[in-house]
Design a protein around this ligand. Structure first.
Ligand code: ADP
Ligand code: MG
Length: 700
């Protein structure tokens, strides 16, 4: 149960004064809380991106143009816009003993302005001052306060990320409301460590950032922010340490076989393994043969050949008369893996079946009973494999093709289906080492950095949407020569419905040009329809496949040589890289056309330039990290992986190791979190919603 101290923070945002359903909806969007709506804690953790310094309070004589100043002035005279000329500004002439200035409002309500600035009274105004016609001018001051209220004017205003329809004032007020709900929590940090670092309590840290006294207070490197980042890292490392402890607890067994089946699989391959594939298999087999349980991450770019490594790992345990499972995040991917694996497995004499939500009735029953009896050596599937009815005779290896969609607890759920199950996680995004540590804990890592031989470089070009017609013609030429084309439709952020609408429209347009050569696949199609469309494309029956991004991962059609991405500027680097990886899988020369809407912003421009420059996924991931921060490298939003809301790996990365050591130490000393400090730590885990760890404690 969540400590009740935290309840006000997990209450809906509407529990704050002034937040009704309409504002709540906007905040839900701002906080990216699709399910469940905005909560108080989301506002609390909505940290500023900068600050406006209002401490510069010169006399008018000393004001420097084009700076933000706060000045105390007397109201001398109003000059409202002449009647009928609403475009003319409302001018308010003000002065102090040293000089004068004009305060300017466009579209101002004259009556209200006259109340706000009564002639003859003093007001303190804060805003940007410019020189206009030789006179100091402040347009639309940010703050206007009377002498009585002066004490309440903050010296520094935090600046928050906003969203359409939500201006700075409601966001600031809401965050202030949330801050007022933040209780003083029992301290989980080591007192000495806090003192050494000069870190405040959690509550004081939030206060320092949301009510800055100086712009440096909102710097992520500030003591307050660092404290919160460390808290978040500690929560995450503790959760990971628990998972690891749980997984390691039953000692693993030696299950590597004699190599007999592996040799058969390798003999059945139409190609030779790359050096890095061989190395990865060796590393995995060594783990399987060691008494300690395996927890290994296989990192490899799109098309680097992870599937066959996975199969060889499975073969190794099957040689030892054990079972293996491979779980993929989507049905399409599961089928793809199955299609690759089944023929090779057959040649090696390994029995394998596919189990997704679609295998039903007698077929399903038969698969389930063959798994229990041990007749079936391997099963490939989706999360359908988690279900309780799925039981194994001797599951020894769980391979999880993560593509960032599964979380820690799903991995665990699979391992519970066997005794001391070894775990191999496949991931397509080449995550930098620091991120591996923070997202996966200290797993061992194998990397496939080498591409299978014979691949030609992909010719990547960026083309403005205005030249769509040329692209269509080029696509026409490509299919005339027997090539196949993916056409990925714009990512529309609002909803999947509009993703679909965009794809539908493009599909209709291309169909009017190329007739039955065009096919469509999207996320709302039934599984069998998707398969049918993919099969038509794979067989060449259709040659242009219009797709929403829903199908971005895992599709493998070596004959596809052209990838068109519309509105490429809306995609993240990792996603573009994934999409491009769909082509260039065969020996023919491939092209990737990134259509963008001009003009491009700086970041989008940089992203597209990197895409043109390199195909090296590891480099792209590093650039991505540099350009946009770590959350997006992993596409946290789509991923369902534990993301960080406060810690920035570029700033706080150095704290990860300390947090990991701290977490491990706490776990050793107080595994059930029953001491004073342990109880305090429970608050932290709930605060950062690492509840899965708490559940594990109870199970443990
Ligand atoms: P990933 O899962 O890493 O994206 P796949 O395992 O799907 O990549 O492999 C991509 C393609 O490369 C498949 O068609 C596969 O048959 C092929 N492939 C894998 N390894 C090699 C290799 N060593 N040499 C040539 N082709 C390979
Ligand atoms: Mg694959």
């Amino acid at each position: 149960m969540r400590p009740s101290l935290l309840d006000p923070l997990f209450a809906r945002l509407t529990s704050l004064q002034g937040i009704g359903p309409k504002l709540e909806k906007l905040f839900t969007r701002l906080f990216d809380r699709e399910e469940g709506g905005a909560r108080v804690i989301d506002a609390l953790c909505h940290l500023p991106t900068g600050a406006i310094d209002r401490r510069n309070q010169p006399a008018l004589r000393d004001v420097v143009a084009d700076s933000i100043v706060t000045v105390r002035v007397r109201v001398d005279q109003h000059r409202p816009a002449p009647p009928g000329r609403s475009r003319a500004p409302h001018l308010i002439y003000v002065s102090d003993d040293t000089g004068s200035m004009v305060v300017t409002y466009f579209h101002g309500n004259a009556r209200r302005l006259e109340q706000q600035f009564p002639v003859g009274e003093w007001r303190t105004v804060s805003g940007t001052v410019a020189l206009y016609d030789g006179m100091l001018q402040m347009v639309h001051p940010d703050r206007i306060v009377s002498d009585e209220d002066l004490a309440e004017m903050p010296p520094v205003d935090p600046v928050y990320p906003l969203t359409e329809g939500l201006g700075p004032t409601p966001v600031r007020r809401t965050v202030e409301g949330a801050l007022a709900k933040m209780p003083e929590l029992p301290e989980w940090q080591d007192a000495t460590w806090l003192r050494q670092r000069g870190w405040p309590s959690m509550r004081m840290a939030f206060a320092a950032i949301h009510k800055p006294q100086a712009p440096a207070d909102v710097d992520p490197a500030s003591p307050a922010w660092s404290r919160l980042a460390y808290d978040e890292l500690l929560a995450s490392q503790f959760a990971l340490a628990l998972v690891r402890a749980q997984m390691r607890r039953p000692a693993g067994r030696r299950v590597a076989g004699d190599g007999r089946l592996r040799a058969k699989v390798i003999a059945a391959l139409p190609y030779a393994l790359t050096g890095s594939q061989t190395r990865a298999v060796d590393e995995i087999v060594a783990d399987l043969g060691a008494p300690q349980r395996m927890l290994r991450l296989l990192q490899g770019d799109v098309g680097s050949g992870k599937t066959v490594v996975a199969l060889l790992a499975a073969a190794s345990v099957i040689e030892a008369k054990k079972q293996a499972t491979l779980m993929a995040p989507t049905e399409l991917l599961a089928r793809q893996h199955y299609a690759t694996i089944a023929p090779l497995a057959e040649k090696a004499g390994i029995s394998v079946a596919l189990l997704t939500g679609r295998e039903r009735g007698a077929e399903r029953k038969q698969i389930l009973s063959r798994l229990v009896s041990g007749d079936l050596a391997m099963v490939v599937g989706t999360h359908a494999l988690f279900q309780d009815e799925v039981a194994f005779k001797a599951l020894a290896l769980a391979i999880v093709d993560e593509q960032h969609r599964f979380g820690v607890h799903q991995r665990l759920a699979l391992t519970r289906k066997g005794d001391a199950v070894d775990v191999l996680v496949l991931t397509a995004t080449p995550i930098p080492r620091t991120l591996v540590l923070s997202y996966f804990g200290d797993m061992d890592v194998s990397q496939l950095r080498e591409k299978p031989p014979g691949r030609q470089p992909i010719d990547t070009r960026t083309v403005p949407l205005a030249r769509l017609e040329e692209v269509v013609e080029a696509v026409g030429r490509a299919i005339d020569t027997g090539q196949r084309v993916y056409w990925v439709c714009p990512l529309v952020t609002e909803s999947e419905d509009s993703d679909l609408a965009a794809a539908d429209a493009r599909f209709a347009f291309l169909k009017s040009r190329f007739g039955t050569a065009v096919d469509l696949v999207h996320g709302q199609m039934r599984g069998s329809e998707k398969d049918a469309a993919m099969a038509r494309f794979a067989s060449g029956q259709s040659r242009i496949l219009v797709a929403t991004t829903v199908i971005e991962v895992g599709v493998d059609v070596p004959e596809a040589t052209v990838m068109v991405v519309e509105h490429a500027e809306r995609f993240g680097l990792a996603q573009l890289h994934q999409l491009r990886g769909r082509v260039g899988r065969g020996s023919a020369r491939s092209t990737c056309l990134l259509l963008y809407k001009a003009p491009l912003g700086e970041t989008a421009k940089a992203r597209l330039a990197i895409m043109r420059e390199t195909e090296d996924g590891f480099r792209i991931a590093e650039e991505d990290l540099r350009l946009r921060g770590e959350g997006d490298v992993l596409g946290t939003r789509q991923s369902g992986m534990p993301g960080f809301r406060i810690a920035r790996l570029d700033v706080h990365g150095a704290l990860i190791e300390a947090a990991r050591d701290d977490a491990q130490l706490m776990l050793q000393r107080d595994a059930q979190l029953t001491t004073e400090r342990g109880k305090a730590l429970r608050h932290l885990l709930y605060f950062f919603e690492r509840d899965e760890a708490i559940r594990m404690l109870r199970a443990g």
